[in-house]
Ligand binder design. Sequence first.
Ligand SMILES: Nc1ncnc2c1ncn2[C@@H]1O[C@H](COP(=O)(O)OP(=O)(O)O)[C@@H](O)[C@H]1O
Ligand SMILES: [Mg+2]
Length: 359
Amino acid sequence: MKIGIIGAGQLGLMLGEAAKKLNYECIFLDPNKNSPAKKIGKVINQEFSDIEGIRRLDSLTDVITYEFENVPVESINTLNPNTVFPSSKALEIAQDRLKEKQLFDSLNIPVAKYMSVTTKSDLLDAKSSLGFPFILKTRRFGYDGKGQSFINDEKSLNEILINYEEMDLIAEKKIDFNYEISAIGARNKRGESIFYPLTHNTHKNGILRTSRTINVDESISKQAFSYLSDLLSKLDYVGVIALELFVKNDHVIANEYAPRVHNSGHWTIEGAKTSQFENHLRAILNMKLGDTSENGFIGMENLIGTIPSDIQQLKEDFFLHDYGKTERPGRKLGHISVIGEDKEEREEKLRVIQKIISN
Ligand SMILES: Nc1ncnc2c1ncn2[C@@H]1O[C@H](COP(=O)(O)OP(=O)(O)O)[C@@H](O)[C@H]1O
Ligand SMILES: [Mg+2]
């Protein structure tokens, strides 16, 4: 049994490492000749939109998955739907923020008030119906906060209007949330599902910086897991999914979902009995899903833009993952996970990392 993975970035690499543990071989597809997953398996260097490349991957493997959500749906649709997971439907909806919000609506999952925006006049309508502040996001291809503008007042609205070119956007009311969490789960082909402990996420400049396991009130976790579970059933989902949520007072509001393993779940490699990567593979291979419980109080810090040399000096209870990518501002180059016996120990370890990063 061979597993095909579309995308050979760090998520592909970590999927490949999990596959190795399960004694499966992965073959990747990625136009980048220097991709992180190169060190774990063969990479077919062709464009994601190149049907020849997809066919080649298909001919060499038994089951196919993907590690990022901008894989062209047309490429996925050339494959036998019984061999590619998550489904093209789950992918297609996740690629379009408007469709995603409409899906949440149909499941009665609360979302920020939103409007579809294409023309200048739509934008003015968004202002009157949402009120300031709101966020304008491209419907497609946004990640790490890219393709987003915060419209706080008339001045910022006018700046956008001056050079406005029509395109498919979504305007969302800015939620004054208390904090952000993600709910990560997996569902296998038999419809069995599992959920990881909730993760608290903090961002800087739109990019995830720190994730920690978090204990929330039961009413919050109930909402989060019931929304996630409704999403899994509705999509007849197979694989790992991550649902990003805002918590405001006693309410949970959905932001977006990722039909793949997620950065806020990297802590599961050392911090959970079974990692999100292994459970993703277990799900698509229709195996029994593994125990998701955590091994203590877990934290994860992303290494963005640069990996300071002092980071390499940290001892072995700092679990460093260097993706082997070249340094570039804003680029995710690696992460470090830590486990504490209690919250204080975890926070102390995170502070050690943060101090090195900020120097
Ligand atoms: N409606 C909103 N209200 C408040 N903050 C938001 C809203 N939408 C996005 N954000 C902030 O921007 C971050 C990135 O937005 P998101 O929609 O998750 O896009 P991306 O695909 O870039 O992750 C979120 O994690 C959150 O911090
Ligand atoms: Mg997001």
